[in-house]
Design a protein around this ligand. Structure first.
Ligand SMILES: CC(C)(COP(=O)(O)OP(=O)(O)OC[C@H]1O[C@@H](n2cnc3c(N)ncnc32)[C@H](O)[C@@H]1OP(=O)(O)O)[C@@H](O)C(=O)NCCC(=O)NCCS
Length: 173
């Protein structure tokens, strides 16, 4: 599959099982089906983006390449959950997802973005630093399984430049 051979769009409840499978493959303490369901329906702040293969033949093998759950709470975008399947990493999919979320936030009058990330998760921290996020605080022993500090990161104001190429066709909700 060539780079940028994916599309980004809004997820719905039909994608729940596929998202759960990616979630369980990517995290040591995954969100449960109930938690994901709550974000996909019923949470008025939540937005849920998925990356899918552009080509039908690829989509029949692997329907979901990655996803990002984020909230827009008035002036703030909160990045809540992000994952890309292992075989499709390092192609810019996470960058596309984050970029789309930040652009949507700005279009809805948000000016700041925040997130929490495991202290050991250098890949994700590098991704966010690429957008200009910087570390604002550490919450000791915030995570479980394994117990680990959370690093809080913030981007204020939100500026989405070239770092945030959206890859392919983008549809927002
Ligand atoms: C973190 C994660 C989402 C990145 O997804 P991805 O699609 O591979 O990321 P991208 O290809 O868009 O990478 C964009 C930038 O992020 C950084 N990055 C991504 N993976 C990296 C790694 N393994 N090491 C260092 N930097 C990395 C780089 O700066 C990269 O830019 P570059 O390719 O120009 O060097 C993915 O590794 C993942 O799903 N990990 C498991 C779940 C997780 O940690 N989620 C985040 C929780 S906060």
């Amino acid at each position: 599959m060539m780079p940028h051979d994916w599309t980004i769009g809004a997820a719905n409840l039909e994608s729940l099982s596929e998202i759960l499978a990616v979630e369980e493959a990517c995290f040591s303490a995954p969100w449960t089906r109930k938690m994901l369901e709550g974000e996909l329906s019923g949470n008025p702040f939540a937005h849920f983006l998925v990356a899918r293969p552009r080509r039908v033949e690829e989509a029949s093998k692997q329907a979901i390449l990655g996803y990002l759950c984020y909230w827009i709470v008035f002036e703030e975008v909160r990045l809540m959950n992000l994952a890309v399947i292992e075989s499709m990493r390092h192609r810019g999919i996470a960058r596309s997802l984050v970029s789309t979320a930040l652009q949507t936030g700005v279009s809805q009058s948000a000016h700041r973005a925040v997130l929490e990330v495991r202290a050991s998760n250098r890949a994700a921290q590098a991704l966010y630093q690429g957008f200009g996020f910087s570390q604002t605080a550490v919450r000791p022993k915030y995570y479980t399984n394994p117990v680990e500090d959370a690093v809080l990161m913030e981007l204020d104001p939100i500026v989405v430049g070239d770092a945030g190429s959206t890859g392919g066709h983008t549809s927002l909700r």
